[in-house]
Ligand binder design. Sequence first.
Ligand code: ROI
Length: 161
Amino acid sequence: MSHRAWIGLGSNLDHPRRQVLSALEDLAGLPLTKLSACSSLYGSRPVGPQDQPDFVNAVAVLDTRLSPLALLDQLQALEQRHRRVRKRHWGPRTLDLDLLLYDDRVLDLPRLVVPHPWLAERAFVVQPMLEIAPELCLPNGQPLNRLSAAAPSNDLKRLSL
Ligand code: ROI
């Protein structure tokens, strides 16, 4: 059975746009997985410490037969392949891949919390998700488009390719 997984991508080091675009290709090549949609790229000021470069973010939708933890393993392996640098907590990084949603599942495991705990508060996640699915609701029934007003924008803007 195929499952629908939403992935958040973010980078602010080492050619962030290139990092995100090549990560989208990598996601398309994951085993048992099809890339079914992706958002535009977005630029924004960092959430957290401000003494770091701006971020490039995007969201991808996967149709996958991988379990949530098998998918997480694949995402973490991809981050490593992009030689993920993470200098400090909430600091700059070459590539972040977050599992945002997995069907309507709610998971609270030591390695994985789904929906992603910060999803609703981050415009750089909410806006790209709404670009793909304006009517999307979270597993608790909350419509995503109601949350978008609450999240600070951090000067989020859609980037032209
Ligand atoms: N800020 C923005 N704008 N985009 C991110 O992807 C991002 N990721 C993070 C922190 C450092 C919290 N801030 C971010 O992990």
